[in-house]
Every structure is written in C-alpha cells, then in structure tokens.
Design a protein around this ligand. Structure first.
Ligand SMILES: CC(C)(COP(=O)(O)OP(=O)(O)OC[C@H]1O[C@@H](n2cnc3c(N)ncnc32)[C@H](O)[C@@H]1OP(=O)(O)O)[C@@H](O)C(=O)NCCC(=O)NCCS
Length: 222
C-alpha cells in the first residue's frame, strides 16, 4: 500500500515486552508464524527492529513514493506496537523481512483487510535500497502471497503503486499482478497529487500460476 494505514498522530502507545520467541501457533492473531524462503525469513516485528527500520526505510529513495515513514526511532517503536495491536484485532499483519542467518529487519510487508474477514485486502512493502534487485523482494513476496491466500483467506489482493514508481510497478508486474485501473491524482504526497496504478492478484490466479523455473538447463553435449 502506498499509504500506510498507520497514522503516528493517532497513536501514542509504546510497545513494551514485545515477543522475542518464535511463534508456531496457527492462529496468526495471537502471533505471526515465521515464514522461510530461499533467501529471507519473515517474522513478527519487535520493538528492537525500530533502529534498523528507521535507518533503512527513511532514506529518500525508499520513501520517495510512499507515505512518510515515522521520522524517529521512537516513532518506529510506536508503529511496531500499533502493528501488533492491529494483528491482535485481526485486521492487519506486518512481517519483518530478515536475511537467512541474520536477525536484522531490512524491510516490511504489510497486508490489511479492506472488508471484515480479509476477503478483499491490500498489501504494501518497503525494503532497504541496499537489497533492491537482489531477489529479496520476490522471495519475501511469494511467502506473503501464500500466507495471504492460504492463511488469511484473501480472495482479492489489491496494491497501489504511484505511476512514477518504476520499481514498485515492475515488482508487482513480475508477480503477475494485473493493472485494473489508473487512480487519477489519488495520492497526496509532498504537496502534490500523484496518479496511482491499481493492481490486483486473485487467489485463483495465484494458485494456478506457472511455478516452473523460467530457464531450462541446456542438455549436456558429450
Ligand atoms: C518496491 C520494492 C520493495 C521492490 O523491490 P526491488 O528489489 O526493487 O524489486 P525487484 O528488483 O525484484 O523488481 C523490480 C523490477 O522493476 C523493474 N523496473 C521497472 N521500471 C524500473 C525503473 N524505472 N527503475 C528500476 N527498475 C525498474 C526492474 O528492472 C525489476 O525487474 P527485473 O527483476 O525483471 O529486472 C523496492 O523497490 C522498495 O522498497 N521501494 C521503495 C518502497 C516502495 O516504493 N514501496 C511501494 C511499492 S508499490
């Protein structure tokens, strides 16, 4: 989602005693499962992720086309506390992106319901620019999409990308997201209104996608 639903001005609580142990519960409302891909591990956010997320997600290139992220480490702590409350309420989930073998949060994936029960939902993501073009996004996105369609029960997943956001549009298109509409001047950002593309992925399309590798090893010639 281009616009993070979190609004710092509406939230004053700071999370204390955030969970530090791995959650294995199948009920995501009590704690997100840890999702493992080829390169990344997605896990619940913790208050201790605030410094790395502040450092990586507040740079000009990352925040250029998204709602302004919190402007302090404490602001990220409040954002993280808010994500945990929203998850407990069953309305929203936010995964921290970490690299296999490291625990540092280098980005986030968010999914929020657009109607009670998550039938229609919206997702968004941001990853530190050092990790762009490395496959980290694709690996994490596939885990989140599986989780959204299989566990949350999403039927239709929307995403909005500012038309000027080349990487955001390209990343969604690579996943097979379909552009359904152009939302004219729909995103107020840094004093101007930007057009956004509305992308969707349906559960049926995700489950029916071609998962064979895009290259086929050439036969050996002896
Ligand atoms: C969106 C984001 C998570 C994608 O991660 P990423 O690692 O950059 O994505 P990828 O490199 O896997 O895919 C981007 C694709 O867009 C392509 N692309 C299209 N237009 C582009 C442009 N103008 N500039 C750069 N890449 C472009 C890239 O070539 C790439 O495709 P390829 O792998 O086939 O070459 C990351 O760029 C990010 O965090 N951006 C800032 C936050 C943001 O804008 N979030 C909202 C997104 S809607």
């Amino acid at each position: 989602m281009e616009q993070m639903p979190y609004r710092p001005e509406l939230d004053l609580a700071v999370m204390t005693g955030t969970p530090t142990t791995e959650v294995t519960s199948s009920d995501w409302r009590t704690g997100l499962p840890t999702l493992r891909g080829g390169q990344v591990v997605l896990r619940e956010l913790r208050a201790s992720d605030a410094p790395s997320l502040f450092a990586l997600l507040t740079t000009e290139e990352v925040s250029r086309f998204i709602s302004p992220p919190p402007s302090t480490v404490e602001g990220f702590e409040r954002f993280i506390a808010w994500t945990l409350r929203q998850r407990t309420a069953g309305a929203y989930v936010c995964f921290a992106v970490t690299l296999k073998g490291y625990d540092t949060a280098i980005g986030i994936f968010q999914v929020r319901q657009l109607e009670p029960g998550f039938g229609t939902a919206e997702w968004g993501f941001a990853i530190g620019s050092d990790f762009w073009g490395t496959g980290v996004f694709q690996d994490g996105a596939e885990l989140v999409l599986d989780f959204a369609f299989e566990t949350l029960g999403v039927h239709r997943l929307e995403a909005r990308a500012a038309v000027l956001n080349g990487r955001g549009n390209g990343a969604l298109q690579k996943l097979g997201a379909v552009q359904e509409a152009l939302l004219r001047r729909s995103f107020h950002h840094k004093g101007q209104y930007l057009d956004q593309a509305l992308y969707t992925i349906l559960d049926q399309d995700w489950f029916a996608r071609d998962t064979t590798p895009s290259f086929v090893a050439a036969p050996r010639v002896h």
